[in-house]
Design a protein around this ligand. Structure first.
Ligand code: SF4
Length: 357
């Protein structure tokens, strides 16, 4: 079983961010965590034999709140962790203090994902980040000292700062951190954010993305998803489960989960969630929705997807792509040979079924 916990607090709001997070609602943190505890307790009462193999605490910024707030949640969940459970928390370099990192490690967190985003201070400022490059190095050092080995750094690329020179600079700095995981996301200009529509803020090109992927490979990372790279085989098990289409449970405001062909969404408003943390919006997922998701997600990562989920027309489209050497077919599955073409390929395979034949 896979669990996601959403922590909707941030020390400041980045102007490109469309996630459910607030920098002005810390006064609600205690009641939010009380509501979380109610939700977790209710779930475990209904699922007393739950075996949790991955837990991901995301947000928002989990390190923006006191580590002590997690105690009671972990007390409830810990008896359900499998022996090798991957327990991840996101954190930001400016708020993950040595004490916070040590406390989370003691609670059982064994993977830390830092929102580093860039080692270029001018680019960090442009992105509205609350930390400096120096703080990233320090945070990684503190995480290692606290006992974390499995550390991810998130980077943003395809911003106006990103030419080959800057990407080389970013990857050289990242290599100095000696972490086993990198998530590199192209900047996207999301609706309802100050960056929306500011096309000049972006510099996106296939050549630059390929250049970044090559630099990651040179630093010993193997790409296993369009935005994710692992060294020492330390892939993120939680995300892999999601890409495999496995069900997951979401706790907290803004959290989404899936269960037996249903998507369950929590309120997108802190007060509403705190008032009733058990309310969920339910949306039935059709077999067609699930299939399209399998195809889109499978093509973005090394997992691929099973040929048997395709209908005759889709199968013929996929086989055509195998002949054109855009896909590989092995042991009943199709695999994408170029993640940057994932969406295009998915659209090509499913073109008629999406138009409601
Ligand atoms: S720290 Fe992360 S979640 Fe918070 S505003 Fe910035 S990008 Fe969004």
């Amino acid at each position: 079983m896979h669990i996601y916990i959403h922590v909707p607090f941030c020390t400041s709001k980045c102007p490109y961010c469309a996630f459910g997070s607030f920098s002005d609602k810390f006064s609600l943190a205690k009641s939010y965590f009380r509501a979380l505890k109610l939700e977790v307790r209710d779930f475990l009462a209904k699922n007393p034999h739950a075996q949790i193999s991955t837990l991901f605490i995301g947000g928002g910024t989990p390190s923006a709140v006191d580590a002590g707030l997690y105690d009671e949640i972990f007390a409830l969940l810990a008896p359900h962790f499998t022996a090798k459970a991957e327990i991840s928390s996101e954190a930001n370099p400016n708020s993950a203090s040595p004490a916070w990192l040590r406390a989370m490690c003691e609670l059982g967190v064994n993977r830390i994902s830092f929102g580093a985003q860039s080692f270029n201070d001018a680019k960090l400022k442009f992105l509205g980040r609350a930390h400096s490059a120096a703080q990233i190095f320090l945070a990684v050092q503190n995480a290692k000292a606290a006992g974390f080995d499995n550390i991810n750094l998130d980077l943003i690329y395809a911003s106006k700062f990103d030419d080959k020179r800057n990407l080389k600079f970013e990857m050289d700095a990242l290599a100095r951190c000696e972490v086993p995981h990198l998530s590199a996301y192209a900047l996207s200009l999301e609706e309802n954010t100050p960056f929306f529509g500011r096309e000049s803020f972006k510099r996106e090109s296939v050549a630059l993305a390929k250049f970044l992927f090559a630099l990651a490979a040179d630093s010993g990372f193997r790409q296993y998803e369009i935005s994710n790279f692992a060294a020492r085989g330390l892939r993120c098990k939680h995300n892999l489960a999601y890409w495999r289409g496995e069900d997951y449970v979401g706790f907290g405001a803004f959290a989404v989960g899936t269960s037996a062909q249903m998507r369950l969404s929590s309120p997108k408003n802190l007060q509403d969630y705190i008032a009733d943390p058990l309310q969920k919006q339910r949306e039935a997922l059709s077999a067609q929705d699930k299939k399209l998701e399998r195809i889109f997600l499978g093509l973005r990562c090394v997992l691929g997807f099973e040929a048997q989920i395709l209908d005759a027309a889709e199968l013929s489209n996929a086989q055509l792509l195998v002949r054109e050497k855009k896909l590989k077919f092995a042991e009943g599955k199709f695999y994408n040979l170029n993640f940057l073409l994932a969406d295009e390929i998915a659209l090509f395979i499913t073109q008629e079924s999406r138009h409601g034949r």
